[in-house]
Design a protein around this ligand. Structure first.
Ligand SMILES: O=C(O)CCC(=O)C(=O)O
Length: 263
C-alpha cells in the first residue's frame, strides 16, 4: 500500500499496521538500551503489576530511541495524517511479562483524556513498535475499529467480546492508532515477554498532550517544538501537581491516571 492508501485506511478504521518497519539490526540496540536502563535505573521503571512494567522518561539516558522518533516511513504517514507541523509528544517502553492474569489493568480506554465528554479533544496518534514477535499466543494490542470517528459514541463499557481486532505482527512492526480509538492490551496465558515502544505525536498548533518524556538538548527542530511548552492538556499526560517530593514513579503515574479518571 502507498502512503495515500495507508492514510485512507487509518482515517476509516482509526489504525493501521506497518509490518517490518525495523529490521533485526535496528531492534538489537534498542533491546540493549532497555536492558542497560533496567539494570542501571530501576527506579525509572514503574511496576504496575508482574505483567506491566513501564518507563516514561528514557530519552535523557538513551539515544538509541531517537531513530524510532524520526523513522522516515512512519513520519511520512504521520505528516500525511497530522500535517507538516507534526510534533513528537511522548515515548515510553512497556514490558509485558508472562502472566496468568486474565485481563489488562487498564482495560478498554481512550488515551490522554479519560472523560468521555471531552473525547474530541484527543487529537494525537500513537505509534507502537513491537520489539518482539506477537503471535496468537502472545499478549497483543487490541483495538475497536472506527471508535475515533464513526463509532465515537461508543464507551469503554459498551465493548463486547468479538468487536475487537487483535493486532498480531512480527517484531519490527509499527502500529499507528488514533488515541481516541478504544483499545486495550489483551493478555494471553502462554505469552512470552512482549516488548513495545509507545510514541505519541500531535501538532504544534495544539496543546502539549504529555510532559512525561523530557526532550534533551540533542532533540531540537520542528518535530520537538513541544519541548519547552508548559500548556499541557488536562489528562493522563499531565504530571500531577502538589505531590510530595521523592514519591516513586509508580505512585506518580497512578495518581495522574486517578486524576484523569475523575476529571
Ligand atoms: O500493552 C498494550 O498492548 C496496551 C497499550 C495501551 O493501552 C496503550 O498504548 O495505551
Amino acid at each position: 500500500m502507498n502512503v495515500d492508501e495507508l492514510a485512507a485506511e487509518f482515517t476509516r478504521e482509526g489504525f493501521v499496521v506497518l509490518r517490518n518497519v525495523l529490521d533485526a539490526r535496528q531492534i538489537a540496540p534498542i533491546n540493549r538500551a532497555i536492558e542497560r536502563d533496567l539494570a542501571a535505573c530501576p527506579a525509572e521503571w514503574a511496576r504496575f503489576s508482574d505483567s506491566f512494567i513501564q518507563a516514561v522518561d528514557l530519552l535523557p539516558r538513551c539515544e538509541e530511541f531517537d531513530g524510532l522518533i524520526e523513522n522516515p516511513v512512519v513520519l511520512e504517514l504521520l505528516r500525511q495524517l497530522l500535517g507538516s507541523d507534526v510534533t513528537f509528544e511522548e515515548l515510553s517502553v512497556i514490558l509485558r511479562n508472562p502472566t496468568k492474569e486474565g485481563s489488562d489493568h487498564k482495560s478498554w480506554h481512550r488515551d490522554i483524556v479519560r472523560d468521555f465528554e471531552r473525547r474530541f479533544e484527543i487529537n494525537a496518534i500513537s505509534v507502537v513498535y513491537y520489539l518482539t514477535d506477537v503471535t496468537e499466543q502472545d499478549h497483543c494490542f487490541s483495538i475497536i475499529p472506527g471508535t475515533h470517528e464513526r463509532r465515537a459514541e461508543m464507551r469503554p463499557e459498551d465493548v463486547v467480546p468479538g468487536m475487537e481486532v487483535d493486532l498480531l505482527a512480527p517484531a519490527g512492526s509499527a502500529i499507528l492508532f488514533h488515541a481516541r480509538c478504544l483499545h486495550s492490551g489483551k493478555l494471553k496465558p502462554e505469552s512470552r515477554q512482549r516488548r513495545t515502544v509507545h510514541l505519541y505525536y500531535s501538532k504544534a498548533s495544539l496543546p502539549r498532550t504529555s510532559e512525561w518524556s523530557s526532550m534533551p538538548e540533542r532533540l531540537r527542530g520542528p518535530l520537538y517544538t513541544k519541548a519547552g511548552r508548559t500548556d499541557v492538556m488536562e489528562g493522563t499526560g499531565r504530571k500531577p501537581r502538589g505531590l510530595a517530593a521523592g514519591l516513586p514513579l509508580l505512585e506518580v503515574l497512578r495518581e495522574a491516571q486517578r486524576r484523569a479518571a475523575v476529571a
